[in-house]
Design a protein around this ligand. Sequence first.
Ligand SMILES: [Zn+2]
Length: 300
Amino acid sequence: MQVSEYFSDRQTCIEYLIAARWGEAVRCAFCNHDKVYTLTGKNKRFKCAKCLRHFSATKGTVLENSPISLQKWFISIYLSLSNKKGISSVQLAKHIDVTQKTAWYMLHRIRAMMRIKAINRKISGLIQIDETFCGGKNKNRPWHKKVKYSQGRSFKDKTPVLGLLDSNGQIRTFVVPDTKAITLKPIIYKTIEKGSIIVTDEWKAYNGLSKDYTHFIVDHSRKQYVNENGFTTNSLEGAWSHLKRMIIGVYHKTSRKHLHRYCDEFTFKYNTRTMSDTERFDFAFQTVKGRLKHRDLVAA
Ligand SMILES: [Zn+2]
């Protein structure tokens, strides 16, 4: 409630956005030039001294060109970020008085904002690697659509997600088409510095990684959860149970098409889990971008 009071007028939202994006010195939203004029007028707009283009604080962000008021956006972002398990479009629609369809679209745009917070540099040190399978609950399905052998690593009707968890407790997730070596290894090589220590289970796709990494295996098929050297993938499995609770609890079912968006939300929330709600809100706005147009969403 405090948040909706604080962001109850457009001007406050704009001032907040400017401070979060640029701090004291506004930069051009097109060319990033540091000399910018503030134009007079009620809606705070700027003009770049170099490329001469005009822009507002929402330029290039998820909030750009939206018919929804900034106040509603800010409240929605806060609600979405502060609910550990997420918020459904039905709940959000009620809360800010928009249609469920609009709320669904807004939540996907907020997820795009969370996605760009993913760190791009390689990770190193001690990394747990594991996959999980999302979607496709057999028991909720008519008998003729039930899939045989859909437990464990058979993913006929589930979508695999690869996770890499570093020793700072930061996770990266990747929605993948399958769990073959040819699919998983390029992601591992692209994301983890060679020479790092990796811990996996006995899945054969991980064979051969010991050429470039110190590879410890926890043999789950032998009901081993801590290997002889004391290594486990337990933290990552704990993270997966959060992901599954989020998907089952709030979103009920998640299509393969949109699963990566829910994984973005999960990843962002997991990696900011030690922040307070207001810290997480500020953090999400610090490089607020991730513009997601409706046609991209439908086409994706
Ligand atoms: Zn410019």
